[in-house]
Design a protein around this ligand. Structure first.
Ligand code: MN
Length: 136
Protein backbone atom coordinates (compact mmCIF):
# COMPACT_ATOMS: atom_id res chain seq x y z
CA UNK A 1 0.00 0.00 0.00
CA UNK A 2 1.39 3.38 -0.89
CA UNK A 3 0.78 5.90 1.81
CA UNK A 4 1.12 9.61 1.41
CA UNK A 5 3.28 11.32 4.01
CA UNK A 6 1.18 12.46 6.93
CA UNK A 7 0.18 16.09 6.98
CA UNK A 8 1.70 18.02 9.87
CA UNK A 9 -0.63 20.20 11.87
CA UNK A 10 0.41 22.79 14.45
CA UNK A 11 -2.13 23.44 17.22
CA UNK A 12 -1.82 26.71 19.14
CA UNK A 13 -4.22 26.48 22.08
CA UNK A 14 -3.79 27.57 25.69
CA UNK A 15 -6.58 25.53 27.26
CA UNK A 16 -5.00 22.21 28.31
CA UNK A 17 -8.21 20.18 27.96
CA UNK A 18 -8.89 21.56 24.48
CA UNK A 19 -5.30 21.06 23.43
CA UNK A 20 -5.35 17.45 24.55
CA UNK A 21 -8.61 16.87 22.71
CA UNK A 22 -7.29 18.37 19.46
CA UNK A 23 -4.07 16.36 19.68
CA UNK A 24 -6.04 13.15 20.33
CA UNK A 25 -8.29 13.79 17.35
CA UNK A 26 -5.32 14.57 15.11
CA UNK A 27 -3.70 11.31 16.13
CA UNK A 28 -6.95 9.48 15.43
CA UNK A 29 -7.01 11.05 11.99
CA UNK A 30 -3.47 9.93 11.28
CA UNK A 31 -1.91 13.39 11.37
CA UNK A 32 1.43 14.39 12.77
CA UNK A 33 1.05 17.19 15.27
CA UNK A 34 3.03 19.99 16.83
CA UNK A 35 1.70 22.25 19.54
CA UNK A 36 2.17 25.50 21.38
CA UNK A 37 0.25 27.07 24.25
CA UNK A 38 1.20 30.70 23.56
CA UNK A 39 1.16 32.90 20.48
CA UNK A 40 4.86 33.72 20.46
CA UNK A 41 5.76 30.05 20.78
CA UNK A 42 3.32 29.25 17.98
CA UNK A 43 4.95 31.76 15.64
CA UNK A 44 8.38 30.37 16.46
CA UNK A 45 7.36 26.76 15.79
CA UNK A 46 5.51 27.73 12.61
CA UNK A 47 8.61 29.49 11.25
CA UNK A 48 10.90 26.63 12.17
CA UNK A 49 8.75 23.64 11.19
CA UNK A 50 6.55 25.08 8.43
CA UNK A 51 3.59 22.74 9.09
CA UNK A 52 0.95 22.01 6.44
CA UNK A 53 -1.74 23.66 8.52
CA UNK A 54 -2.09 25.65 11.73
CA UNK A 55 -5.08 25.48 14.06
CA UNK A 56 -4.97 28.75 15.93
CA UNK A 57 -6.99 29.61 19.01
CA UNK A 58 -8.15 33.24 18.98
CA UNK A 59 -8.01 33.84 22.72
CA UNK A 60 -4.46 33.27 23.86
CA UNK A 61 -2.46 34.81 26.69
CA UNK A 62 0.02 37.45 25.51
CA UNK A 63 -0.12 37.67 21.73
CA UNK A 64 -3.67 36.73 20.69
CA UNK A 65 -4.67 34.71 17.64
CA UNK A 66 -5.40 37.72 15.44
CA UNK A 67 -1.93 39.12 16.09
CA UNK A 68 -0.37 35.70 15.51
CA UNK A 69 -1.97 35.29 12.10
CA UNK A 70 -0.90 38.82 11.20
CA UNK A 71 2.69 37.94 12.12
CA UNK A 72 2.51 34.69 10.14
CA UNK A 73 1.30 36.51 7.04
CA UNK A 74 4.13 39.02 7.30
CA UNK A 75 6.95 36.48 7.15
CA UNK A 76 7.95 34.75 3.90
CA UNK A 77 8.49 31.38 5.62
CA UNK A 78 5.00 31.28 7.10
CA UNK A 79 3.03 33.49 4.71
CA UNK A 80 1.37 30.63 2.84
CA UNK A 81 0.71 28.20 5.66
CA UNK A 82 -2.99 27.43 5.87
CA UNK A 83 -4.20 28.84 9.15
CA UNK A 84 -7.57 28.01 10.63
CA UNK A 85 -9.06 29.94 13.53
CA UNK A 86 -10.40 28.01 16.51
CA UNK A 87 -13.14 30.05 18.05
CA UNK A 88 -15.92 29.62 20.53
CA UNK A 89 -17.69 32.65 19.13
CA UNK A 90 -18.44 31.70 15.56
CA UNK A 91 -21.46 33.44 14.11
CA UNK A 92 -22.96 33.97 10.73
CA UNK A 93 -20.66 36.16 8.65
CA UNK A 94 -17.62 35.25 10.71
CA UNK A 95 -16.03 33.31 7.90
CA UNK A 96 -15.58 36.53 5.91
CA UNK A 97 -14.25 38.29 8.99
CA UNK A 98 -11.66 35.57 9.59
CA UNK A 99 -10.61 35.53 5.92
CA UNK A 100 -10.26 39.30 6.10
CA UNK A 101 -8.05 38.97 9.18
CA UNK A 102 -5.72 36.58 7.37
CA UNK A 103 -7.17 33.16 8.17
CA UNK A 104 -8.10 30.51 5.62
CA UNK A 105 -11.21 29.63 7.58
CA UNK A 106 -12.38 28.71 11.04
CA UNK A 107 -13.59 25.80 13.10
CA UNK A 108 -16.08 26.50 15.86
CA UNK A 109 -15.51 25.11 19.35
CA UNK A 110 -16.67 22.88 20.88
CA UNK A 111 -15.76 20.42 18.12
CA UNK A 112 -17.21 17.03 17.29
CA UNK A 113 -14.56 14.50 16.28
CA UNK A 114 -16.02 13.56 12.94
CA UNK A 115 -16.94 17.05 11.80
CA UNK A 116 -13.56 18.30 12.90
CA UNK A 117 -11.67 15.70 10.86
CA UNK A 118 -13.85 16.36 7.84
CA UNK A 119 -13.24 20.11 8.03
CA UNK A 120 -9.53 19.51 8.40
CA UNK A 121 -9.40 17.25 5.37
CA UNK A 122 -11.27 19.82 3.34
CA UNK A 123 -9.00 22.66 4.40
CA UNK A 124 -5.91 20.60 3.60
CA UNK A 125 -7.27 19.83 0.15
CA UNK A 126 -8.38 23.34 -0.72
CA UNK A 127 -6.04 25.93 -2.24
CA UNK A 128 -4.62 28.40 0.22
CA UNK A 129 -5.28 32.12 0.38
CA UNK A 130 -2.39 33.14 -1.84
CA UNK A 131 -3.57 30.74 -4.55
CA UNK A 132 -7.03 32.27 -4.31
CA UNK A 133 -5.66 35.77 -4.55
CA UNK A 134 -3.49 34.86 -7.53
CA UNK A 135 -6.56 34.00 -9.57
CA UNK A 136 -8.46 37.13 -8.60
MN1 MN B 1 -7.83 30.13 24.50
Amino acid sequence: MNSKPKARVLVVEDNPANLELFLDILEMGGYESLHATEGAEGIEIAAREVPDLILLDIQLPGIDGLSVVKALRSMPATRNIKTIALTAYAMKGDREMFIEKGFDGYIAKPVAVRGFLESLKEYLRSPNRSACRATD
